[in-house]
Design a protein around this ligand. Structure first.
Ligand SMILES: *[C@@H]1O[C@H](CO)[C@@H](O)[C@H](O)[C@H]1NC(C)=O
Ligand SMILES: *[C@@H]1O[C@H](CO)[C@@H](O)[C@H](O)[C@H]1NC(C)=O
Ligand SMILES: *[C@@H]1O[C@H](CO)[C@@H](O)[C@H](O)[C@H]1NC(C)=O
Ligand SMILES: *[C@@H]1O[C@H](CO)[C@@H](O)[C@H](O)[C@H]1NC(C)=O
Length: 389
């Protein structure tokens, strides 16, 4: 049932890149331990909701930046997603420099063709920055990482900072199914890239393109933490490693500790061939290597950084909303459209009230996303348009 646990023993990486035995994370535990622990501590209503949602989380994970089709049973073929790191550091530094805030912080997202097409995710993302409360000013600090030529071309049309991430000269125009070798290559290339960004001295907010921005997130970040990560489900304790993180949104300060974390995380793709970045993170987060770094990890509250799994209920507080717990680009785009309408209505009614006391607004989402992981897939779209499950 759980694709990530179906590790192909034959899939080994480049032997030259094997990590030191001393730094090997513990053997992969079955992920459900973690979920069961959380369920024990959670009120009944939440358990029911969580149990349904978790089955989707495990299978169709939501941290991903690319459309996926749920075609997760495809065999995992090659363990070598470390294949030739060919990040163009010169070009990357130039883009980071021109996009960074005074304090060397950038905002990073990533896109492929299907998500970059007109009326799709990229347009919605840009729109949210424009209609969010004082979020438009962050657009000039947003670096868009594209994984195929078409997405790069569209990005260049609309946005000043686009970085084209090449992977072995391959082009991923929307054809990277969840958990296939191509998909894994892309997610691990992303971790590699973020590691480079930290090494170049830039702190970043990484935000999946299906996360809408409504308010300044920096006001909610803690100055003392090295890494702050959003959650699919937040259990109330920001330092509890048993929270269910969603690495699709994170704020990471550039320092020696976080650089080591990202290297270790990237290396873990060799330790656990065939799993994606977020599951790897879940497996390494309590590793002694990480503990010894003395890194401060904070899980951020869904009250401010919500999603379809656990929405931020109070529109007076929401900073970002993630279309997580949702399968299918069309479903996401549809529901995010409604989410932006809800926000516009909220802004209007706030503006039209003498006092905002007690007015919290309300979301009418998720709609198509609700239960989207249990519906059969619609037929594939024409080639080049990307799989829209
Ligand atoms: C928008 O931000 C400004 C400045 O922080 C604040 O005064 C105002 O109340 C905010 N509006 C809403 C709707 O949150
Ligand atoms: C960096 O600058 C931005 C924009 O001025 C600000 O919102 C943010 O809080 C700053 N971050 C830190 C860590 O000082
Ligand atoms: C990652 O792997 C490389 C190559 O094997 C190794 O040199 C490095 O020490 C590892 N880094 C961490 C933090 O595990
Ligand atoms: C404000 O609310 C009143 C009463 O609900 C409505 O008649 C009016 O059109 C609203 N004004 C705006 C600008 O939305």
């Amino acid at each position: 049932m759980e694709p990530e646990s179906r590790i192909n023993k034959d899939a080994v990486g480049d032997p030259n890149e094997k990590i030191q035995p001393s730094s090997l994370p513990p053997p992969p535990e079955f992920n459900l331990d973690h979920y069961q622990q959380m369920l024990k501590q959670t009120p009944k209503m939440v358990i029911i909701f969580a149990a349904i949602a978790l089955s989707c989380l495990v299978i169709y994970h939501s941290s991903i930046t690319l459309p996926f089709s749920g075609d997760y049973m495809r065999p995992y073929i090659s363990g070598n997603h470390h294949a030739n790191s060919n990040i163009n550091v010169g070009q990357l530094s130039r883009i980071l420099k021109s996009a960074a805030m005074d304090n060397n912080t950038v905002i990073i997202t990533s896109l492929n063709d299907a998500w970059a097409e007109p009326q799709s995710m990229f347009d919605l993302l840009l729109e949210s920055f424009r209609i969010g409360n004082q979020t438009q000013r962050f657009l000039k600090h947003l670096v868009v990482v594209t994984v195929d030529q078409k997405a790069y071309a569209r990005c260049m049309k609309l946005h000043p900072h686009c970085y084209h991430l090449l992977t072995d000269g391959m082009d991923f125009s929307g054809e990277a199914d969840f958990m296939t070798p191509d998909y894994l290559k892309i997610v691990w290339r992303k971790i590699d890239l973020l590691s480079k960004v930290l090494e170049l001295g830039y702190s970043f907010v990484f935000t999946d393109a299906d996360i809408m921005w409504f308010r300044d997130p920096f006001s909610q970040f803690d100055k003392d933490d090295d890494i702050q990560i959003s959650c699919d489900f937040f259990n109330g304790n920001p330092f509890d490693l048993r929270n269910l993180p969603n690495t699709g949104f994170s704020y990471v300060k550039s320092n020696e500790k976080t650089i080591q974390l990202y290297k270790f995380w990237y290396n873990s793709s060799m330790t656990y061939p065939g799993i994606h970045d977020q599951d790897a993170f879940n497996r390494i987060k309590s590793n002694p290597f990480i503990r010894n770094l003395g890194l401060r990890i904070r899980f951020i509250d869904t009250t401010y950084f919500g999603g379809f799994c656990q929405p931020s209920r109070d529109l007076n507080k929401v900073c970002t909303m993630h279309a997580n717990c949702c399968v299918g680009l069309e479903n996401k785009v549809h529901d995010i459209g409604i989410m932006l309408d809800d926000w516009r209505k909220y802004i209007k009614s706030v503006a039209n009230q003498t006092t905002t006391d007690g007015y919290r607004g309300s979301w009418t989402i998720p709609q198509l996303c609700r239960g989207s992981f249990r519906r059969p897939r619609s037929p594939k779209k024409k080639a080049g348009q990307g799989r829209k499950s």
